[in-house]
Ligand binder design. Sequence first.
Ligand code: SF4
Ligand code: SF4
Length: 618
Amino acid sequence: MKLFRIRGGVHPEERKVLSAEHPIRDIPLPDVLHVPLHQHVGTPAQPVVERGDLVKKGQQLAKDDGVVSAPVHAPTSGKVIGIGMFAAPHPSGLPVRTITLKPDGLDEWAELPPPIDDPFAAPPEEIARRVAESGIVGMGGATFPSAIKLNLRERCDLHTLVINGAECEPYLTCDDRLMREFSEQVIDGARVMAHALGVGRIIFGVERNKPGALDALRKAARPFPEVKVAGLPTRYPMGSEKHMVQALTGRETPSRGLTADIGIVVHNVATAFAAYEAVRHGRPLISRVVTVSGGAIRHPANLRVPVGTSVRALLDHCGGFTEKPTRLLIGGPMMGQPLPSADVPVVKGMNGLLALTRREAPDAMAMPCVRCGTCVDICPCGLVPLDMMAHVRRDDISAALKIGLGECMSCGSCSYVCPSHIPLVQYFNHAKGRMKVMAADEQRAEGSKALAAKRAERLERELRAKKEMLARRKAESAKKKRAAKPPPETMAAPPKAAAATPSPPETEPPKTDPTMPLANAESRTAPMPETAPAAPIGDAAIAADEAPTGAVEVEPLAGVTVSVDDPSGPALATDAALLRTLQEKALEKRRQLDGASAQPEASNVHPAETGKGGKDDR
Ligand code: SF4
Ligand code: SF4
């Protein structure tokens, strides 16, 4: 099969010999299992059991939550003795939600879903569903829920399935052993996945440093012409999805794109084995093969370990340490994560547990960069690690992003070759962690903004409703008042209307308040100019609205309105005496006009003011 060159890469000392010839063996059931609910990329699973429940092997403990999630199953039968926070196998050592199970020693299986006898006749969706229900995730370390990848047929034009058996990290041999010991099952699992994807071509990519695995796979694949097994050059990081696809097909995956964008889906060999178990036997993913190795391990081994087993139990099973390790890692030495403690559980994505001595992992002091350019030459992604490091050191992450930090796959090749022992990949991992925190902060801030806007909107809505309610009440109350008022004929006619239509002289003068000689309160308080011009007198229809601005209108008696032009404006005082004179003159004029007798029947001037007695004068 024709192969293609990949850019960069390194060839670190393999040290696979420590465990490569140790067949896979089961580890005895531990006293207690801590099963984390977040063993995959995406949302943690949600428990479906409670403390005190008795469960059987393979029974679902927690269901998947959302599109990107995976369920978790009981690795053995026993009793749920706790659901709470427990340390996770992560450099931070931070706890995650975990179900603690006390095995009963019976290892009794639950009722499993029936095997799919002829998976190649089953609809692809059924295979993907079975893989999802079995909690299968990418077992090469990525831990992405595998069913999502199997459903890519719905949105991508797929043609090839690549099974990744490169296992390019030094020390690790778990995939090698799986391919050698379970080659037929792995081939069958790959064919079932290819059926689910709807592709007609399967390529196994295995580094040439695993001749046993290559032979076993080629033999198992012989009856299936659609399956090809390719021996790849031993070069780290050949196990990277994009680089393996390039080496096998010569096609480059677009930057920030998926291999599915060029029609190719990649799964790990251990994932293919898990798919076989799920489809052919109905067994969920409850255990995995882990390589326990390193110079400090007394008896390196490849162990089939129930998920949730303590790392300490693995170390004990392998005879403990020959010397105190300087580094305890999960995964390989290039991309592995340091473990803060051995009291963490094995999870679905853990392929190796390494205890390295000082000779294997010396603590070299970082020196200044000599700008040798070696890191640039070997970077498989074509990046300039020394420049990215300089930006990250200055805390200028956006500048590092501009020159490709987002493309860095943290393979560690640059750190491995740096003659100054600069931990370049640690800078990049730190920066990526900062980016995640910043993105989370930004998302939180956006969320708070949205909440504040919603609150303001709600308050405004409530205020508007309140105002409308008050207006409604006011209108109702005004309506009620109007309804309660006496009919219009019983009401006194407005003064102006009376003035406009002079009424016949009344037989009795209106009663007036002696303390209020003039009816208009305004006229009492308003100042009057000393030399107010004489107003036209003579008719009651001397219209007030014809008066210029500032006119002081006096309506002392019904039927008589006197307007005094006030050029100084309404602020001038009114002289009450002058007004009375004017009113008297107006009455006199009216009498003359009406031809009334010289003796008035009633005076418009209050008797109290004239000093003469009147009807009200008692
Ligand atoms: S390999 Fe190290 S010393 Fe050389 S350029 Fe890169 S960072 Fe600098
Ligand atoms: S860690 Fe990143 S920068 Fe360094 S070699 Fe790998 S991909 Fe390149």
